[in-house]
Design a protein around this ligand. Sequence first.
Ligand SMILES: [Zn+2]
Length: 231
Amino acid sequence: MTNTVPPMRERESPNHGPRRAGAAIDMLVLHYTGMDNAGIALDRLCDPAKQVGAHYAIEEDGTIWRLIPEDRRAWHAGLSFWAGETDINSRSIGIELVNPGHGPDYHSFPEAQMVALEALCRDIVSRHPIPPHRIVGHSDVAPGRKRDPGELFDWRRLAAAGISLWPEKIEPALPSNADFAELMRRFGYADSSVESIIAFQRHFRPANLTGIADDETKARLAALAKQAGLA
Ligand SMILES: [Zn+2]
């Protein structure tokens, strides 16, 4: 495994402020841009009137743009929650992946884009104490409000690259409904509502977005909590 980051292009986004004093950078939040193409998406991320920005954006051909310095609080997560924290922007680095998003043109993220993302993530986690279970999608921290990067994002591949988590080893013992709710909270979700379960499924069980905590969903959460040392 190499830590070499592909060459980056620079563009300046004004959409950031100071991080909350004392907040460690210990989360990584992945997004899709949800715009028709990279040009429109980058313009939006750099438009002071839009007030949305991320530290990095990655085009489908793998071009990485550095938009905001990591020591600044980029405005990417909005109203959100993870593991007791509501100021996700102060604790995280945000990466936008160019993709039209949910709609007729939503598609999986191309190889070149994934390769660039893996290299960038590896570099970021080598410089910040970000554990694998705190590498999340926007939908994980804002269920019901956000769907990105969505069920077509290959989280399993990111885990196989040693960056995030995937429930490879399923636990034979299923948690009860009460234990499931507790594990959801311990893992980071605000609650175990239908919206939060759908967010969990979008990330960890993308073939089944029912919002119902069936046995497979319970087993996957139990496996993940164990891997993360939270069970
Ligand atoms: Zn987003």
